[in-house]
Design a protein around this ligand. Structure first.
Ligand SMILES: [Zn+2]
Length: 59
């Protein structure tokens, strides 16, 4: 069965916000980097600063 991923659910990742200088959980989207790696991209829920968490290749 083939399922289209039209609505990608937001996943919660933990990362470090450089503006708050604290670890935060943020809702992120998995993005495909050009080098075959993946990263989670989102925004800090407190200040809105963009946050990126590297996921590596196996996720
Ligand atoms: Zn922040």
């Amino acid at each position: 069965m083939l399922r289209l991923e039209q609505e990608t659910p937001m996943t919660t990742y933990s990362g470090y916000c450089v503006k708050c200088r604290e670890k935060r959980e943020f809702e992120g989207e998995k993005v495909d980097l050009s080098n075959g790696r993946f990263a989670a991209q989102g925004a800090c829920p407190t200040c809105g600063t963009a946050m990126v968490r590297m996921l590596g290749t196996d996720h």
